[in-house]
Design a binder for this molecule. Structure first.
Ligand SMILES: NC(=O)c1ccc[n+]([C@@H]2O[C@H](COP(=O)([O-])OP(=O)(O)OC[C@H]3O[C@@H](n4cnc5c(N)ncnc54)[C@H](OP(=O)(O)O)[C@@H]3O)[C@@H](O)[C@H]2O)c1
Length: 334
């Protein structure tokens, strides 16, 4: 028996008609938490009632997480067809044939025959080493190219054709990039994973995805308080200290983090909070005591367009600043 009945967790419906839980568990240890710590949280979260897990090869922990999936299936804690597992191809595996290799390794590591979601983690092959700092640059980095992205996407489509992946996803895209690639996709993405939290609501990108039948998945839903050093600048706002968030938390007698998650789930994205210590509370909070219409409206004013994961380490030689990665004037920066 799960601590929280998975049936009590609200769902979102994908363009395929499939229903997915309105919250999942993130598994990026943010360079601070070991694979052992993260996989222990996954094991606990399965038993708490989580049914959606956001993994990635670059998080360096899929092998240990896979052991926990395997153990949970063998012990009967959950059936394979009751959980949804996502993974992502990392930037150094975009080359011809490499996506298939990467997917095969992820499947082996996760002890699975099929992934429920497979994302292109970033829309370019710009690689950074694990644990690098903010000034790290790869001289081979290049701006986004529609042709290169579509070569990667064709490999994703093959994985779908082969039955190794049930849903395809994109991540860290912008409206101009989506406008360029969606008409070229034989198989459309059903999900889009992007940074979404109260201080960074990305309304235009969110609305564009929804209008195209693509379910937004929100990363850093609590403002990623333990994110790597390279993703931290003095100007960054702290979502859990935003006055409206704190006020709503007080009114409900809950934590500001819970307000961030309730808001996310009620707005319509699927937040994927990482947590070693609060995962049970986080799942429970979306099953009870929703924010009122007025509170949801008030949350709109928390948005300060404050991007946390700026992506400096992906910049190419000649790029001006991290803003170039995000096509802020409505055209793809080349
Ligand atoms: N696609 C991409 O490019 C991309 C980029 C970044 C992240 N992601 C995904 O998104 C996931 C989530 O993002 P994130 O880990 O950066 O940030 P986050 O989920 O916003 O923040 C995680 C942090 O919040 C704390 N926390 C969680 N629940 C809490 C609660 N109820 N009260 C107080 N603190 C709480 C956790 O601490 P405790 O451990 O102590 O609970 C953890 O340190 C990642 O794990 C990863 O799966 C994807």
């Amino acid at each position: 028996m799960s601590a929280i009945d998975p049936k009590s967790v609200p769902t979102r419906t994908l363009s395929t008609g499939e229903k997915i839980p309105c919250i999942g568990l993130g598994t990026f240890g943010s360079d601070h938490f070991s694979p052992q710590q993260v996989s222990a949280a996954v094991a606990g979260a399965i038993r708490a009632g989580y049914r959606l897990f956001d993994c990635a090869s670059v998080y360096g922990n899929e092998d240990l997480i896979g052991r926990e999936f395997d153990r949970a299936f063998r012990e009967g804690a959950v059936r394979r067809d009751e959980v949804l597992v996502a993974s992502k191809v990392w930037n150094d595996m975009h080359g011809r044939g490499d996506v298939l290799l990467s997917c095969a390794k992820t499947l082996r590591d996760l002890h699975l025959d099929q992934l429920d979601f497979y994302f292109v983690h970033w829309p370019f092959p710009n690689y950074h080493a694990p644990f690098c700092d903010v000034d790290s640059r790869n001289p081979d980095s290049k701006p986004f190219s529609v042709e290169e992205f579509m070569q990667t996407w064709r490999q994703m489509e093959r994985l779908h054709d082969m039955g190794l992946v049930r849903n395809l996803g994109m991540s860290n895209m912008t409206v101009p990039k989506l406008q360029a690639v969606l008409p070229l996709c034989r198989i459309q993405p059903t999900v889009l994973e992007i940074e979404l939290h109260p201080c960074f609501q990305q309304p235009a990108l969110f609305d564009y995805a929804v209008a195209h039948g693509i379910q937004p998945i929100g990363y850093c839903p609590i403002g990623s308080p333990n994110r790597p050093e390279r993703d931290t600048t003095p100007e960054d706002l702290i979502d859990t200290q935003a006055p409206q968030v704190v006020q709503i938390a007080r009114a409900h007698g809950i934590s500001p983090a819970a307000v961030c998650l309730k808001w996310a789930a009620q707005r319509g994205q699927v937040p994927i909070p990482f947590s070693l210590h609060h995962y049970e509370d986080n799942l429970r909070c979306v099953t009870e005591d929703p924010l009122s219409k007025a509170e949801m409206e008030a949350m709109k004013s928390v948005d300060q367009n404050c991007r946390l994961i700026k992506g400096q380490v992906f910049l190419w030689p000649g790029a001006d600043s991290w803003h170039d990665l995000w096509d802020e004037d409505g055209t793809i920066v080349k």
